[in-house]
Write a protein that binds this ligand. Structure first.
Ligand SMILES: CSC[C@H]1O[C@H](OP(=O)(O)O)[C@H](O)[C@@H]1O
Length: 384
């Protein structure tokens, strides 16, 4: 039997832990998240990353913080009245929402908890009931993720098989390219775009999954490679610069990516390099599909020009992380500088925006929105 997928977040016996994604794939180390500050730091430093996973961790860190407070003796000051609780929790939610700016899931999760706080207090509940509501809502943010990932994967997979009827023939395996990592590690389980690929594999429709290395953090070569290996899904890694060559020389039937924020018109922010892949896919008439939960759709912004794009520290683009000769038994971790020291002028945006006109379909847990021929935007109303 194939080993189970890696969990990005673990909760057991009141302990909250994450797998340190900076050390994967060679070292699987779970680190404790014992405070709100730990959660913020882990998200900011990308020990945990992936839009749904950071939303889950932020919510669970609030759950953990409140659960610990309930057990504490003496009772913390902020549990003595609903006003004290509000004054304590609101800054925590604001602080968590600032850890990374582009993935709207994070602020959607903290807003959800803020709404719970506001409505429970408005309903006249006492402190322990308000805390119970916050704990329930925080757990729900994480718990509901796996189910919706399976839903969107099924919607998207079935849509692709209908999009081109030859894909559904038993003899044809669908070859799909993806970017970055959108699997179990980026979510609470199963994944978004990688969930879509997993669905095709489970239903025996997948030929091969191709994935880009996804420099500079290497979510592809470090994380997607590992997840596909664990899931025993036939796969091939390519360098980010090889997308055009892949399309020229291999039969690729679709490009499937996740998202960090989808604007009202369908413009989509995703990992840097996604836009390049979309441009080349359009040239080759390959369908380009975005798979993301409803919490990634930001109806408050009209188009992609309003999406805040995170600039990562320049040094991160100068470093490669890995292990020294892991196949020769050395597990020693290394962080290697690949640029001359003191290099000036490094451009390191974490995301780019793919205009809606290059996207064929956007999939959420509610269904598939297809861009109409000749139109440059999406009507997302049926899938949010
Ligand atoms: C389902 S994950 C969405 C998203 O998160 C990744 O970004 P990062 O690794 O920087 O957190 C990437 O853009 C994925 O598509």
């Amino acid at each position: 039997m194939a080993p189970g997928p890696l969990a990005s977040i673990r909760v057991s016996d009141g302990k909250l832990e994450i797998v340190n994604q900076l050390l994967l794939p060679h070292v699987t180390e779970y680190v404790p998240i014992a405070s709100i500050q730990d959660a913020h730091d882990a998200i900011k430093s990308m020990k945990i990353r992936g839009a749904p996973a950071i939303a889950s961790l932020a919510s669970l860190s609030v759950v953990h913080h409140l659960s610990e407070a309930l057990k504490a003796s003496p009772t913390p000051e902020f549990l003595v009245s609903v006003d004290a609780l509000r004054a304590h929790v609101e800054p925590i939610l604001s602080f968590l929402s600032t850890a990374r700016p582009t993935a709207v899931n994070l602020s959607a999760a903290t807003k959800r908890l803020q709404n719970t706080l506001t409505s429970s207090i408005a309903a006249g509940k006492d402190v322990s009931a308000v805390v119970a509501d916050l704990i329930a809502e925080g757990n729900l943010v994480s718990d509901e993720d796996v189910g919706r990932n399976k839903e969107m994967s099924r919607w998207g997979g079935e849509w692709l098989l209908q999009y081109n009827s030859t894909f559904a023939k038993p003899t044809v395996g669908v070859n799909v390219l993806t970017v970055c990592n959108t699997g179990s590690l980026a979510t609470s389980g199963y994944g978004t775009a990688l969930g879509f690929i997993t669905y095709l594999h489970e239903t025996k429709k997948l030929g091969r999954a191709y994935f880009t290395q996804t420099a500079p953090y290497h979510q592809g070569s470090r994380l997607t490679a590992l997840e596909l290996q664990i899931l025993q899904i036939p796969s091939t890694m390519i360098c980010d610069t090889m997308v055009g060559s892949l399309f020229q020389h291999h039969d690729i039937h679709a490009v499937v990516v996740g998202a960090d924020r989808v604007a009202r018109n369908g413009d989509t922010a995703n990992k840097i390099g996604t836009y390049n892949a979309a441009v080349i896919a359009t040239r080759h008439r390959i369908p380009f599909i975005v798979v993301a939960p409803i919490s990634t759709v930001d109806l408050s912004i009209a188009d992609g020009s309003q999406i805040p794009i995170e600039q990562r520290p320049p040094i991160e683009a100068c470093l490669v992380r890995g292990a020294l000769y892991p196949d020769q038994g050395s597990g020693e971790q290394a962080v290697v500088m690949i640029t001359p020291p003191g290099l000036d002028g490094i451009y390191n945006p974490s995301f780019d925006v793919t205009p809606a006109e290059l996207i064929t379909a956007i999939v959420t847990e509610k269904g598939v929105a297809v861009r109409k021929d000749g139109e440059n935007t999406f009507d997302l109303s049926a899938i949010v």
